[in-house]
Design a protein. Structure first.
Length: 132
């Protein structure tokens, strides 16, 4: 789905992820739902804060197999690619922990160029068996 690149768009995307996971037999209070929803919150917030291009939306894709849930968040900002080696920010920093959380919660995550469009896709996967 496509969302406006605003805090409201990020909030709606996060809610959609939680709702869809519940439909897919991962109830709201389950570890899978809570973990993937938190990952979605971080990735969509980053798309709004760091990937925003005026007049452009971000896209979210959610898919699942019996063993894995995958979330992809794409924005149109090509030049701002997150580092895969997320490091702990200084203790008094007010931001900079989002991708650190993603790296610790997700089984795998990475950044890839967006296919057939400018920008990038940040994706994360959660192995369902690990978080059950």
């Amino acid at each position: 789905m496509q969302f406006t690149s605003t805090p409201r768009g990020a909030r709606l995307a996060r809610r959609l992820v939680s709702y869809r996971l519940s439909d897919w037999a991962h109830p709201y209070a389950s570890a899978v739902n809570e973990t993937v929803t938190l990952i979605a919150a971080e990735l969509t917030a980053n798309a709004v804060r760091h990937g925003h291009v005026p007049g452009r939306d971000f896209r979210l894709s959610l898919s699942a197999t019996e063993t894995t849930v995958r979330i992809e968040v794409s924005d149109t900002r090509t030049e701002r690619v997150p580092l895969l080696s997320a490091q702990e920010p200084p203790g008094d920093a007010e931001s900079g922990r989002g991708l650190l959380l993603v790296s610790r919660l997700a089984s795998r995550w990475a950044v890839a160029p967006r296919e057939a469009a400018p920008g990038k896709t940040v994706w994360a996967e959660l192995d369902v068996a690990q978080s059950g």
